[in-house]
Structures are given as structure tokens and as C-alpha cells.
Write a protein that binds this ligand. Structure first.
Ligand code: SF4
Length: 496
């Protein structure tokens, strides 16, 4: 059965010959780096849960290519039920790890490439789709982790890729050969890239005729010659080097361990190229990826918020405020926001519809609504958690103070609240809340899967305001002409 164990995942990373810089220094092995270990532990959980019988239904699926049971993280969405199960999987993983488990970008990038290669071939008579299916078989049979690489540095934001002073501001083809292409450029905010097997490079923005060199989609082994990872900093990240309770989420870290990945004239053979110059299909590729990924946030952030709400509720017990009606009401507010986004993600999935290739797409309006709500609700849930936990979050002593025999007893004496709980418990909870509501987490919720304005633009496009005006006419002016009004239900882009 093509399901890696967590141990096999870690060993397969060790076998890679990566060029990776952490803290400005070249590291020999990301597996042994304390800066990366929590992110690897999180991905290892995605492998582990697939082997647990009670989670088999959401963590695995049957490959439509081979009929074999595979990891859901390598599966093409074959039904609305598949889309719903993906959201359930994300909530489960969020609850188990309390952070980002990184594999979803690669999954959605795989699905977007599968769908668009089919459409390109239908339009142009090319053979990208069969080529991609051969690659997908490898991914499924080896249960690979893919990093989806979408976001280009983008240079001057008012200029197109072809207008940039530095043409490498967007990943591009610098040489075409009979056996492949050579690419140059970089991708930023690459979630899980430094602990992935492969990087699936896709354009990050729509392109126009004349920009064929930027219309490149391809798969690159993470340790291919010319690929360099430069790991990003996070709030409080050097605490990982100290150990102890001050890390916050000691086993699983904070968000996805993002890196920039640089391609310095990397050769990509033909069998790994899935789009090469077809500018007219790039916008759809970006759209498919973004729509699937935006729905995800109701699942993963839902699971993360379950852990945060749990930590906050426990903190109220530690403080002795848990019986207070106002405190309970604030916890209800956190739960309400969390369940609202989860419900939208499930709804977007349940209303999924088939694309020309046979895969299923989520409802775009609801998926974008999920993500736009996340850009607010993660902040609001964090704000309420801060409110209920108190200023101690920002001023609490550290593990070393607790352990110091000269002052540890003073820290314990003056930080004891409800005596049923010891101070170590209070500090651990506080550190978790501090880390999971700090800058890195909040910014990820704001900009991951696209910044809020990107969701607003799609929502306006999907809203069918002309039809809403017809509804208003019908109700206010009593016209009986309701022809063309949209039924509630599945909304395909083609219906607009
Ligand atoms: Fe997956 Fe959520 Fe992380 Fe995106 S932010 S990779 S959807 S866990």
C-alpha cells in the first residue's frame, strides 16, 4: 500500500541532498535542525494518521488512476464528498497539531495542474495531461510531499512580468532545449518547501500574449542542482533553540515554516513540464488553485482555533474566572466565529461541481467567503483569547526563572491563581496562546491563499448583482418576470 510511515518520511528527507540556509547558514541536514524539526513533526503526523483505522476514511482515498488506497494528500478530488472529506481532514490535523501541516498547497497545486493540463490538451491537442498523470502516479505510489510554489517576488507591483526591470521577478524560462527547459527566478512564502520531496512550480498570476516565458508549470526535485532554500524567520523562533515551555507549541511549531526557494538556471526535463508558454490558460490555473485553497482555511484554522479555544477555556479555569457569565459569553463568541468559517468550508465543498477533467471544484463564492472571514476571525478569536488570558501573556517569566532555585519559588508564589493548578501549567498555556496569536500566525491568516482584496474581487464577480437587482425589482415592483434568476445551489463560473 503506497502510504509512507512517519519514520519513512523523515528518512526520505534525510536522503535528499538539499541546499538549505537557516539563520543565514548552510545546514547539512534539515532533519537534524531544531529550527525545522517542529515543522517536520507536523508533516509526520499527516503520515501517521493515515495508518490509524479510525481516521482512514478522511486521511486516505482510492486513487482514480490505480484503484489503490493512497494518502488523501495525493488524491484528485473525484466528488463533492472528496472535497468535504478534505475539509474534515484539515480540521482533524489542525486539532492534532495546533498549527499548519503544510501539505495542502502541494495537494491543491496538483489538482489545479491536473485540471488545467486536461483543458490545455483539449484546446491545443498537446499531451500535457497524460504526462502529468505519469508524474502523479509517481507521487501517489511514493506518497510524496509536494511544496506548491506559486508566489513570485513580483518586483514593482504596478508592472506586469514582462515590464519588470528585472525579468526574474517572476519565475521564467531562460532557455528552451529539445529535452527540456532552464528556469530562473524565485518563489516566496513557500510553505513546507524545506521539508518536501518535490516543488511544483506554477505561475502565480494571469499572463497575456507576449509573456510566454513566464507561463511555465513544472515539477522540480527539492534537491535538484540550482535549487536553494532560504528559511524565513518567525516570531519567537530562536526559542526553539532553548527548549522548554517557552517555545509555545514545542512539538509542532508555528505556521508552516515558510522559506524562499530560488531557481538559479535549473534544468527541467520534458517529462516534468506541464505548461510551457500557454499564457491563455494560466489565469484558470491560478484561479483553480486559489479557490480550492481558500476553502481549506475553514478546516485547518478551525482545528487550530479548537486548540486555542481549549487553551483559553483552560486558562479561565487556572485563573478562576471560568464561572463568570461574561467569560462564558466570550468563549461562545470564539466558538461562533470558528464554526461559521468551518460551516462555509463544508458548504463550499458540498456544493462542489465537476470540471471538464472530471475533478470537483468547490463553490467559489463560499470558498472566498471562508478566506475573507479568516482574515478577520483569526484576529478576533486571538483578541478574545488575549482578553480572557490577561496581560500576563506579555509579561510572564520564562522557564529559566522557574527553574532557578533562588527565584523559582517567588515566580510560583506570585503567579499562583486557582491553587488547583500549578504555575507551570499557567505558563505553558500562556506561551501557547502567545505564540499562536502572534504576528506570524496573524499575517499568515491575512495573506495565505491570497490577500483579502483578492477574495473581494472574486466575490463581487460571483455575486451576480444584476440578478440581485432583478430580484429587488420583482419584490418591490411586483414584476412576475423571474426568468434567469439563479437558484440557490451549485454556482459554476459558467453560470455567470
Ligand atoms: Fe494547509 Fe492551512 Fe497550512 Fe494552507 S494554511 S497549508 S490549508 S494547514
Amino acid at each position: 500500500m503506497p502510504l509512507k510511515t512517519p519514520e519513512e518520511y523523515v528518512e526520505s528527507l534525510r536522503a535528499l541532498d538539499l541546499r538549505a540556509y537557516i539563520g543565514g547558514e548552510l545546514v547539512k541536514s534539515v532533519v537534524d535542525s531544531p529550527m525545522i524539526a517542529p515543522h517536520i513533526n507536523t508533516v509526520a503526523k499527516t503520515y501517521e494518521l493515515a495508518h490509524i483505522p479510525e481516521h482512514r476514511d478522511v486521511m486516505t482515498a482510492v486513487s482514480h488512476l490505480t484503484g489503490e488506497r493512497i494518502h488523501r494528500y495525493t488524491h484528485m478530488f473525484q466528488s463533492a464528498d472528496d472535497l468535504v472529506k478534505k475539509i474534515q481532514m484539515l480540521r482533524l490535523l489542525g486539532q492534532v497539531t495546533g498549527t499548519c501541516f503544510q501539505r495542502c498547497v502541494g495537494l491543491d497545486a496538483l489538482n489545479a495542474t491536473y485540471a488545467v493540463t486536461y483543458e490545455v490538451d483539449q484546446a491545443n491537442g498537446t499531451d500535457y495531461h497524460e504526462r502529468f498523470k505519469r508524474y502523479l502516479l509517481d507521487v501517489q505510489s511514493q506518497d510524496l510531499m509536494l511544496a506548491g510554489a506559486m508566489t513570485d517576488p513580483k518586483g514593482h507591483r504596478a508592472k506586469r512580468p514582462s515590464e519588470q526591470e528585472d525579468p526574474d521577478a517572476f519565475v521564467r524560462v531562460v532557455e528552451r532545449r529539445p529535452d527540456g527547459v532552464v528556469i530562473r527566478g524565485a518563489k516566496l512564502h513557500n510553505t513546507g518547501g524545506i521539508n518536501s520531496h518535490e516543488v511544483l512550480v506554477l505561475p502565480g498570476t494571469g499572463l497575456i500574449p507576449g509573456e510566454e516565458d513566464w507561463a511555465i508549470a513544472c515539477a522540480v526535485p527539492a534537491d535538484a542542482p540550482g535549487v536553494t532554500f532560504i528559511f524565513g524567520r518567525q516570531s519567537n523562533d530562536s526559542r526553539k533553540l532553548e527548549g522548554g515551555c517557552d517555545i509555545g507549541n514545542p512539538r509542532f511549531g508555528v505556521v508552516g515554516g515558510e522559506a524562499m526557494v530560488v531557481f538559479e538556471d535549473v534544468f527541467v526535463p520534458n517529462e516534468r513540464i506541464f505548461l510551457n508558454g500557454e499564457t491563455g490558460h494560466v489565469g484558470q490555473l491560478v484561479n483553480y488553485f486559489a479557490t480550492w485553497h481558500r476553502a481549506n482555511y475553514g478546516g485547518c484554522k478551525g482545528g487550530n482555533a479548537d486548540v486555542l479555544i481549549g487553551a483559553t477555556a483552560k486558562m479561565t479555569k487556572v485563573l478562576g474566572t471560568d464561572k463568570n457569565a461574561v467569560v462564558k459569553d466570550k468563549l461562545i463568541e470564539m466558538i461562533h466565529m470558528n464554526e461559521t468559517t468551518y460551516a462555509s468550508a463544508i458548504g463550499a465543498s458540498a456544493m462542489g461541481y465537476p470540471l471538464p477533467c472530471g475533478s470537483y471544484m468547490v463553490d467559489a463564492m463560499m470558498a472566498n467567503t471562508v478566506k475573507l472571514n479568516i482574515t478577520r476571525n483569526v484576529y478576533q478569536i486571538g483578541r478574545l483569547s488575549h482578553d480572557l488570558s490577561g496581560g500576563f501573556l506579555a509579561t510572564m517569566p520564562d522557564q529559566k526563572a522557574l527553574e532557578n532555585p533562588e527565584i523559582g519559588h517567588l515566580v510560583r508564589k506570585y503567579h499562583t491563581a486557582n491553587p488547583e493548578y500549578d504555575v507551570d501549567e499557567r505558563i505553558k498555556l500562556g506561551r501557547y496562546i502567545e505564540n499562536m496569536t502572534s504576528v506570524t500566525t496573524l499575517v499568515e491568516a491575512m495573506h495565505g491563499a491570497g490577500s483579502p482584496q483578492a477574495q473581494r474581487i472574486v466575490m463581487l464577480g460571483q455575486a451576480q448583482l444584476d440578478k440581485k437587482m432583478a430580484m429587488a425589482d420583482q419584490v418591490i415592483n411586483g414584476t412576475d418576470d423571474v426568468a434567469g434568476l439563479p437558484l440557490p445551489g451549485r454556482r459554476r463560473p459558467a453560470d455567470d
